[in-house]
Design a protein around this ligand. Structure first.
Ligand code: F0G
Length: 350
């Protein structure tokens, strides 16, 4: 049978109600790309892979959870869905709602959503509303709206989002034959880390695939789980994880602790350096997506982490195309040269 998305592939392991009617864009089945040069740079004698979730249909990992949430909604006749978002959830909800014929409303923090995400949400036909506030404010508002009106909430507070998202853990075990030693991933609202831990535990109980230690990574300017308190005005170049009050913060801390891992923070410079490093190995991810492996590199440099003999998977949550402006802003702009052979030869041979 041709591949038909994560619900078709993993439904037996997903806790979805019988009424669920699959709405899919053939999300999932993303590659584990080996990163031999990064492995060498970090000391060698280890395997490092990027699970490139940016290759999902709307360019981010959110499509896994969204197929589940929207399918559950479709099965009970929901007409409209709503979410708060730093951008990727918005684009994903918009696409799956469009596919299901549902209305989609998204609330985003003004001026802090990368161009490729906003364009996606608009292109898929969502009603996009900016608020003069943060993601955390937007989330509070959509929770209230979904309680007051017949509009279903599709943020990761919706349990079916996690049911879909955890399929990424199943894929990793199926591809590697077992769980990796370490899983490194960015943490924002904390649905993703919670889902991975659910997925790895479940697969281990059923198939004895083992469990990874989890390194959750926040941006230093938006690190409530590292500071142990909410951050009122989160800031970071990685706008996807610019979140000060993670909805699933407690579960994220539990996942890190139970797995024998930890949650740490990295600077924006570390995030952008890892973005460049991954691109230099052919994998272009958006800034937030580089945070997981930036955290690994930071821990190795600080002598907190010995990679020898380890198999490590970094979750690259979103595609670089989502945030083209960051490249224009922080990286070298192309030279402008007169269109003559002489001028070009001069530049090339410089
Ligand atoms: N990476 C990217 C690219 C994201 O878009 C997000 C979250 C995360 C990591 C963090 O995942 O929230 O499950 O801990 N983006 C949400 C959104 C908040 O609205 O698109 P998390």
């Amino acid at each position: 049978m041709p591949y038909a998305g994560v619900i078709q592939r993993y439904r037996a392991y997903m806790d979805l109600p019988d009424h669920t009617r699959p709405i899919t864009l053939l999300e999932g089945a993303t590659p584990l790309i080996p990163l031999p040069r990064l492995a060498q740079d970090l000391g060698g004698e280890c395997e490092i892979y990027a699970k490139f979730e940016g290759l999902n249909p709307t360019g981010s990992f959110k499509d896994r959870g969204m197929t589940a949430a929207i399918s559950e909604c479709a099965g009970r006749g929901v007409q409209a869905v709503i979410c708060a978002s730093t951008g990727n959830t918005a684009a994903s909800a918009a696409a799956y709602a469009a596919r299901a014929g549902q209305r989609c409303i998204v609330l985003i923090p003004q001026g802090k959503v990368a161009a490729g995400k906003l364009a996606g949400a608009v292109a898929y036909g969502a009603q996009v509303i900016q608020i003069d506030g943060s993601f955390d404010d937007a989330l509070t508002l959509v929770v209230s709206l979904s309680q007051k009106y017949p509009i279903a909430l599709v943020n990761s507070l919706n349990p079916y989002r996690l049911e879909g998202q955890k399929t990424a853990a199943f894929e990793i075990c199926d591809d590697l034959g077992a769980a990796p030693d370490w899983l490194c991933l960015p943490v924002g609202n904390a649905g993703n880390i919670t889902s991975y831990w659910m997925g790895f535990q479940q697969y281990d109980s059923l198939k004895h695939t083992g469990r990874p230690r989890i390194l959750g990574v926040q941006a230093a300017g938006s690190a409530p789980l590292v500071l142990g308190r909410p951050v009122e005005k989160p800031e970071t170049v990685a706008t996807a994880i610019r979140i000060g009050r993670p909805a699933r913060g407690e579960q994220a801390l539990e996942a890190a602790e139970q797995s024998g891992g930890r949650i740490i923070a990295v600077s924006d410079d570390d995030i952008l350096a890892m973005q460049r490093r991954l691109a230099a190995e052919g994998v272009w991810v958006e800034p937030a997506s580089a945070a997981g492996l930036a955290g690994l590199a930071q821990q190795v440099q600080a002598g907190q982490f010995d990679v020898r003999g380890k198999r490590i998977v970094g979750i690259c949550t979103g595609h670089g195309l989502k945030d083209p402006e960051i490249i224009a802003k922080t990286m070298d702009k192309p030279l402008l040269v007169t269109p003559t052979l002489e001028a070009l030869a001069e530049v090339i041979n410089r």
